[in-house]
Ligand binder design. Structure first.
Ligand SMILES: Nc1ncnc2c1ncn2[C@@H]1O[C@H](COP(=O)(O)OP(=O)(O)O)[C@@H](O)[C@H]1O
Ligand SMILES: [Mg+2]
Length: 388
């Protein structure tokens, strides 16, 4: 587009233009819009719908249109107001839309529709500022993979992050789910018998020593059935686990923690020690419903215990390409949370590869699966390293 002299780009959906492209547009003053404001219509319609429901009333079509027009005009005016570039006639609509969106976001948080932290634009800005203040090279990089639901791909994603990171550095995998799926993916069960488990992070008198998994560059603190009781332990046990995890983190390039599908002391300790939180979601209509409490927990921990915890990254897993409802859900989620690309499709190759204790890109079963899983892991890891 640049080479062919395009002078204006108008998007019909929420930010398909990536930030790198956007920067290049800005350099040569290509007119660009509406950016994030493309989402405004959908959000406004939802708002109007909620107001009618709350008042148990139904507006006539022309009344609805009038209100919608008024809100969109308001949004546009706010974009102009906040997006004006100093000492020029230019208006940066992306910046304006972000600022304008804060109001919508705050309203939705106030209504309890989703928890604070679900809005990367707002939370990210605050946290970036905080992070810049305390950022230093080479601090431990600890990643928690969590969701309050089971079967969404936490373990599959944790394992793939471990495999990918181990291709270029030393990795510690910590399995906090008593089911031990991550442990058995990374090491034969028999070899972990009697080895220090992740449970000892909470109850041990000394820091547990991880065991080499047998796979290059991967050490493991395996699960133990006692982890089922850990969520009932005292806060002091959680604080000890946080300290041990932090200390272990200094010996590895990356630590990946796989969580049980529960909110509790294990998750609190993991988040208190972590720099990142990755939340896999499946494209169901109610996929984000319980996520608000998880994000609420993450936000509280970020504020009170661990300012280094970055805003959550979301990963969409088990997408079926042909399912139109999945596409719709994906679009909706992308407007609500920091949904990372690419989306992961449901493919049997994933389960098969994990059963063979290797990543899908080493199984030779599905080139597409290999590509999307590797690309996603790289995108996440690149960000994690950058934060450090
Ligand atoms: N993209 C995918 N396609 C097909 N199967 C998947 C995919 N992601 C995960 N699975 C499989 O689904 C099951 C549940 O995933 P898992 O990672 O164990 O979920 P969780 O840890 O959240 O309970 C496992 O058998 C896993 O191998
Ligand atoms: Mg699991």
């Amino acid at each position: 587009m640049l080479a062919n002299g395009v002078f204006a780009v108008v998007e019909g959906t929420n930010m398909p233009t990536r930030i790198e492209a956007l920067k290049r547009f800005q350099v040569v003053h290509i007119l660009f819009g509406p950016g994030q404001a493309a989402n405004a219509g959908g959000v406004a319609v939802s708002g109007l719908e909620m107001r009618q429901n709350a008042a148990r009333t139904t507006w006539k079509e022309d009344e609805l249109q009038r209100r919608l027009r008024a809100s969109l005009r308001g949004i546009h005016d706010r974009c102009v107001q906040y997006g004006r570039v100093a000492r020029s006639k230019l208006m940066d609509q992306v910046r304006g839309a972000n600022a304008g969106f804060v109001k919508v976001a705050e309203a939705r948080i106030a209504q309890g529709v989703v928890g604070e932290g679900a809005f990367p634009a707002d939370a990210a800005t605050r946290q970036t500022a905080r992070r810049r203040k305390g950022a230093a090279e080479g601090r431990p990089m600890i990643v928690t993979v969590a969701n309050h639901k089971g079967g969404v791909g936490k373990t599959a994603l944790a394992a793939h992050l471990v495999f990918r990171a181990a291709e270029s550095g030393r990795v510690l995998a910590v399995d906090l789910d008593a089911q031990g799926n991550l442990s058995s993916t990374l090491a034969p069960r028999a070899e972990m018998l009697g080895r220090p488990s992740a449970e000892a992070l909470f109850s041990g008198e000394r820091r547990p020593e991880p065991t080499p998994s047998g796979l290059a560059n991967i050490d493991l603190l395996p699960a133990a059935s006692a982890l089922n009781q850990t969520d009932r332990a005292n806060l002091s046990a959680g604080l000890q686990a946080r300290r041990f995890l932090g200390e272990l983190g200094e010996r590895y390039d990356v630590v990946v923690i796989d969580c049980a599908p529960a909110l509790g002391l294990r998750l609190t300790a993991a988040l208190a020690a972590s720099t990142r939180l990755v939340v896999p979601l499946v494209p169901e209509a109610y996929a984000v419903d319980g996520v608000a409490s998880l994000l609420g927990e993450a936000t509280a921990i970020q504020e009170h215990l661990n300012p280094r915890l970055a805003p959550a990254d979301f990963v969409l897993n088990m997408v079926i390409r042909q399912a139109r409802s999945h596409q719709r859900t994906a679009e909706k989620l992308a407007g609500m949370v920091n949904l990372r690309r690419p989306y992961l499709h449901r493919r049997i190759a994933v389960t098969d590869a994990l059963a063979e204790r290797r990543p899908v890109w080493r199984s030779g079963r599905s080139a597409e699966a290999a590509h999307e899983w590797r690309e996603l892991c790289d995108a996440l890891l690149a960000d994690f390293y950058r934060q450090r």
